[in-house]
Design a binder for this molecule. Structure first.
Ligand SMILES: C[S@@+](CC[C@H](N)C(=O)[O-])C[C@H]1O[C@@H](n2cnc3c(N)ncnc32)[C@H](O)[C@@H]1O
Length: 250
């Protein structure tokens, strides 16, 4: 059985809370020296992407410290989203950003995409998180990494995004709507890069992206764009990130 490890917690993806996993399988996972807790993850729901999971074996402790790209993430794995499949994207963000940039993460969680960037580059990051519970862990994550260049904001990025400030904007949320993109356009200094994440039907990537770009054209001039598949999300859907070089027109 395949599982992911975040901190000391192993995550098994299960279709329902009462899904049975053989005892020997759970014992085998617990033998991994990194693992002290095994949870079954059912999915993440709603705007706040609140995770639903059940304890399957081991210690009933799901708050952990995960280390990746020499960066700590403090989180409650049972309740906060952190996708191991986004590792390459976290690394790519460090590579594409340049020292001196001002970065806005409009859907910060615990800095899933932006904390390594703040750790490895001389940049200023503002991270906005709407969920109070997740925000508390974002603050703990900043402290754990001893970072002075990451400013956390508890709020709705449609309202709390700063104006005319960002060179690069991270939009790691699948429910991006027009209000989010309007706030992103306002937050751009003049031109900049927007990394917009989206779920698109496999094989229909180009047309779905083109149609979103047309919609967002009310707020930004798309100077150039590129897209890459972050991961396969389900049999029918790919998680795609669109890198948009944009100039604001609002
Ligand atoms: C799916 S998680 C993704 C986290 C991270 N960006 C990533 O890609 O791994 C989205 C996060 O955005 C937060 N969120 C959703 N709507 C928001 C809004 N309007 N303003 C700020 N945060 C928001 C949720 O609470 C959640 O923690």
């Amino acid at each position: 059985m395949r599982y992911a490890i975040i901190g000391h917690v192993a995550i098994v993806y299960v279709p329902s809370p009462d899904h049975k996993i053989p005892k020997e399988e759970l014992e085998r996972i617990l033998k991994n020296p990194k693992v002290r807790t095994v949870i079954g993850r059912i999915g993440s729901f709603g705007t706040k992407r609140r995770v639903r999971s059940v304890l399957l074996a081991g210690e009933p402790k799901t708050v952990t410290v995960h280390k990746e790209l020499s960066t700590y993430f403090v989180l409650d794995v049972a309740r906060i989203t952190f996708s191991p499949g986004n590792h390459f994207e976290r690394k790519r963000m460090i590579e594409v950003a340049e020292d001196g940039e001002r970065i806005l993460d409009m859907f910060a969680a615990v800095g899933n995409l932006s904390m390594p960037l703040a750790k490895h580059r001389r940049v200023e990051v503002i991270g906005i998180e709407i969920c109070g519970y997740t925000y508390a862990f974002l603050r703990r994550t900043i402290e754990k990494n001893s970072l002075k260049n990451f400013l956390p904001i508890l709020g709705d990025s449609r309202i709390s995004s700063p104006e005319s400030r960002a060179d690069r904007i991270l939009m790691g949320f699948f429910g991006i709507d027009e209000k989010h993109m309007y706030a992103a356009a306002k937050a751009l200094r003049n031109r900049g890069i927007i990394h917009a994440h989206r779920l698109v039907r496999k094989g229909r990537e180009e047309e779905e992206i083109e149609s979103r770009l047309k919609e967002w054209g009310k707020f930004i001039n798309v100077l150039e764009y590129d897209r890459r598949i972050v991961k396969s999300f389900s049999p029918a859907l790919n998680h795609v990130v669109v890198d948009i070089k944009a100039r604001k027109i609002i």
